[in-house]
Design a protein around this ligand. Structure first.
Ligand code: SF4
Length: 266
């Protein structure tokens, strides 16, 4: 049985907390209990960060997509959406992929984590976050009392690997948007964690800095969105891992307000 300290060790945060002379206030629950309720929504979290500037959203929401394709996808069920994704050629990313990476988890799910796009290992295996960054994401999930494939669904903004693991363009994200939009409708998450800038822009329409976006509740349609760093970025920075930990604790508190898993035993 792994301990909470084991999880912190995996995140390379144990030494940091020990040097600080304190451990995190919120520990991983010993069991995960999902209590589905209709989510309540609050615009602001309990901090003093300023609200987002609406003008920031205009530039990243102006890309048009094929309305007929979007309307067709918007009526699909889960199996149809998977098949549509597997065969999709709506953007140039289809040319070099081995396979489209739909996502992992069961729908519906109270937690949805959205990353950027598949990397080499994901393209190979057909599952998001299976490489080194994936192992770190699993550790982050575990430290927050969550587990891939249970109450968590994991997806990406784009379903096909960008060459060289570059950031997807806004056009590619827009082409893939109907697939992710329908996926989210079917997953019915109570809270979305946006992993990195690409997911934040796609889900919230804001290109504000991560520093400005962290610690507040944003919106994707009616669903609350919490922003944090992409695990691949966390691999390079211990300081940012600590911030990601704080973000997960913030997300758990927000989820608890909505009556779902994460804090019942914490
Ligand atoms: S990235 Fe999305 S839109 Fe582009 S080909 Fe793949 S599934 Fe289609």
């Amino acid at each position: 049985m792994r301990t909470f300290e084991d999880f912190l060790q995996e995140l390379e945060l144990l030494d940091t907390f020990q040097q600080l002379g304190r451990m995190p206030d919120e520990k991983v629950p010993s069991a995960i209990v999902v209590v589905p309720k209709v989510a309540g929504h609050e615009e602001r979290a309990g901090n003093n960060r300023p609200p987002l500037q609406a003008a920031k959203t205009a530039a990243v929401t102006s890309i048009t997509i094929d309305p007929a394709r979007a309307a067709r996808i918007a009526t699909m069920d889960w199996a149809e959406l998977k098949a549509e994704t597997a065969a999709c050629t709506a953007c140039g990313l289809c040319k070099q992929r081995k396979q489209a990476v739909f996502g992992v988890g069961a729908a519906p799910a109270p937690w949805l984590f959205v990353g950027e796009g598949p990397g080499a290992e994901e393209d190979e295996q057909g599952e998001p976050f299976v490489g080194q960054a994936g192992r770190l994401l699993d550790a982050v999930l575990a430290a927050a009392g969550l587990q891939r494939g249970r109450e968590v669904y994991i997806a990406n903004v784009v379903k096909c690997r960008p060459p060289g693991n570059r950031t997807p363009t806004l056009e590619e994200a827009a082409a893939c948007a109907p697939l992710l939009d329908r996926q989210i409708e079917l997953i019915q998450p109570k809270l979305i964690v946006a992993l990195g800038k690409t997911a934040v822009i796609r889900l919230t329409g804001s290109d504000a800095s991560m520093a400005a976006m962290r610690g507040s509740v944003h919106r994707y349609r009616d669903v609350p969105v919490v922003a944090t760093y992409h695990p691949a970025y966390l691999l390079r920075s211990l300081t940012e891992k600590l911030k990601a930990w704080e973000d997960m604790m913030f997300a758990r508190r927000e989820m608890a307000k909505r009556g779902a898993s994460g804090l019942e035993n914490g």
